[in-house]
Design a protein around this ligand. Structure first.
Ligand SMILES: Nc1nc2c([nH]c(=O)n2[C@H]2C[C@H](O)[C@@H](COP(=O)(O)OP(=O)(O)OP(=O)(O)O)O2)c(=O)[nH]1
Length: 147
């Protein structure tokens, strides 16, 4: 008999999560999960779970409004990363480059938010699912065309 979420995870459910790489003046917004959240104290890009039938971009706007009180514009998507955490939870983390169009980030769930330069990103203790996304973003950012 299966009980609880562990059974769902072991049956292969993949949770779709969107996240925003918010850029402003060559700084990136990084958010630290609180002690009471899963993955306590890990750093991540703000975002959250996509609801059934919801478009990822819509979920992202909703989550950033709820979590940080900001309105964003989505600029482009990046390759998503599938990751299975040791407790069995499997997520597809879908990143988007975005910018703030209204408001200042004021975290209601996160322990902290900070703006860091691209070269400083590797110094944070990222959630495991974010590590390849951070690496790929850094490479993309350094080689992007500035017209
Ligand atoms: N928002 C966000 N979530 C991430 C990132 N990396 C990463 O592993 N996650 C995980 C943490 C959560 O398990 C899940 C996102 O869920 P959520 O933001 O809606 O909130 P949650 O803390 O209530 O989730 P839960 O793990 O407690 O179920 O994805 C990231 O960069 N941004």
């Amino acid at each position: 008999m299966f009980k609880g979420n562990a059974s769902l995870y072991s049956m292969g459910e993949t949770i779709k999560v969107c996240c925003a790489i918010l850029v402003d003046n060559d700084k990136i917004l990084c958010a630290q999960r609180s002690a009471t959240m899963s993955l306590p104290h890990k750093w991540e890009f703000p975002g959250g779970k996509i609801e059934p039938g919801e478009k990822p971009e819509h979920a992202l706007k909703r989550e950033l409004s709820e979590e940080l009180g900001i309105e964003i514009e989505v600029l482009q998507g990046f390759r998503s990363n599938f990751h299975r955490y040791s407790e069995g939870k499997q997520i597809e983390l879908i990143p988007f480059l975005a910018r703030i169009v209204d408001g200042n980030p004021d975290p209601v769930e996160h322990q902290a938010v900070i703006w860091l330069g691209v070269n400083e990103l590797v110094g944070l203790d990222w959630a495991d699912a974010d590590v390849p996304i951070v690496d790929e973003f850094i490479k993309w950012y350094r080689h992007r065309r500035v017209d």
